[in-house]
Design a binder for this molecule. Structure first.
Ligand code: PGA
Length: 266
C-alpha cells in the first residue's frame, strides 16, 4: 500500500497567493511520484480555491492508499461535530466533503492545548466525520511529563478508548491513527525509530483488543513530530509506519518535495 503523507500547514501561509504558490511548487515537484498519496491540509479559507478531483462516497470506499485517479488529495485541519445550525465559527464535516476534502485531522495536540478540546469532543468529531464519509486522522500522543513518569502507554490507551467510543467495527478501517508525541511536535526533537515502532505496535494491539486482531492489521498508523527530508524514510522503512503527518517541513516546498522523493527511493 502507498504511504500516506499528510501536510498540515497549520495557520500558514498568510495569503491565498502564498498558499497557491506553495501548493503549485509542491504539485510541480512531485508530478511523477506514484508510490505515495500526498494530502494537503491548508487553513479553511484556502480550501475552496484548491482544485482537486472531488472525492465521492464511492471513491472513499477505495480507502486510503487505494487506487485513486490522482495521488494528490485535500484535507482539513479540524471540523465540528454537528451537521448544521447555530454554531458560530464552526465548519461541518459535510461542508468539507462538499468542497472535495477526503481527510480531516482531528484531535491535534495544538487544538487539545489551545482550544481545550477534550477526548469526548474528539470522539464526537470523529463520528461526525465518518458520517460525512471523510477519513478522520485521529491524533494521539503523550507529553514530556507523562513520558518521564512512565505513563505513555496508559495515556495513549485512554485517548484511544475515549476517542473511539461508540464507533462500530465496520468504521474502524476508515480511521487513520497519528502518533504524535507532544514533545516531538515542532521541537526539532523527533521520537526515535525504535520507540516509534513500539508505539505503532502498541496502538495496533490496543485496537486488536478493542475490536479484532484482523481489523487491527487493516488500520493505518502515521507518525508525526519533527519529520524532515532526512529522517522521513526511516519512519516508513525502520519504524514501519504507514505514513507521516508533517508540519513545518511541509511549508517549505523544496524540503517537502525532497522528503517525498526520498520516500520513493529504494
Ligand atoms: P512538525 O508538526 O512536523 O512541525 O513537528 C507536526 C504536526 O503538528 O502535525
Amino acid at each position: 500500500m502507498r504511504s500516506l503523507i499528510i501536510a498540515n500547514w497549520k495557520m500558514n501561509p498568510q495569503s491565498l497567493k502564498g498558499a497557491k504558490l506553495l501548493l503549485n511548487s509542491v504539485k510541480r515537484g512531485i508530478r511523477n511520484v506514484k508510490k505515495v498519496e500526498v494530502v494537503i491540509c491548508p487553513p479553511f479559507p484556502y480550501l475552496s480555491s484548491f482544485k482537486f478531483p472531488r472525492s465521492t462516497p464511492s471513491s472513499r470506499r477505495k480507502g486510503p492508499g487505494g487506487r485513486q485517479v490522482s495521488s494528490f488529495k485535500i484535507g482539513a485541519q479540524n471540523c465540528f461535530w454537528e451537521k448544521k445550525g447555530a454554531f458560530s465559527g464552526e465548519i461541518s464535516p459535510s461542508m468539507l466533503k462538499n468542497l472535495g476534502c477526503k481527510y480531516v485531522i482531528i484531535g491535534h495536540s495544538e487544538r487539545r492545548r489551545y482550544l481545550a478540546e477534550t477526548d469526548e469532543m474528539i470522539n464526537k468529531k470523529i463520528r461526525a466525520a465518518l458520517r460525512a464519509k471523510l477519513f478522520p486522522i485521529f491524533c494521539i500522543g503523550e507529553n514530556r511529563e507523562q513520558r518521564d513518569r512512565g505513563k505513555t502507554f496508559d495515556f495513549l490507551k485512554s485517548q484511544i478508548l475515549k476517542g473511539l467510543e461508540k464507533i462500530p467495527k465496520k468504521e474502524i478501517k476508515n480511521i487513520i491513527f497519528a502518533y504524535e508525541p507532544i514533545w516531538a511536535v515542532g521541537t526539532g526533537k523527533p521520537c526515535d525509530f525504535t520507540e516509534t515502532q513500539i508505539m505503532g505496535l502498541f496502538i495496533r494491539k490496543t485496537i486488536g483488543k478493542l475490536y479484532t486482531p484482523r481489523l487491527a492489521q487493516k488500520i493505518r498508523i502515521l507518525y508525526g513530530g519533527s519529520v524532515n527530508s532526512q529522517n522521513a524514510s526511516d519512519y516508513i522503512k525502520e519504524a514501519k509506519m504507514d505514513g507521516l503527518l508533517i508540519g513545518a517541513a511541509s511549508l517549505d516546498a523544496k524540503e517537502f518535495v525532497k522528503l517525498i522523493k526520498n520516500l520513493t527511493l529504494k
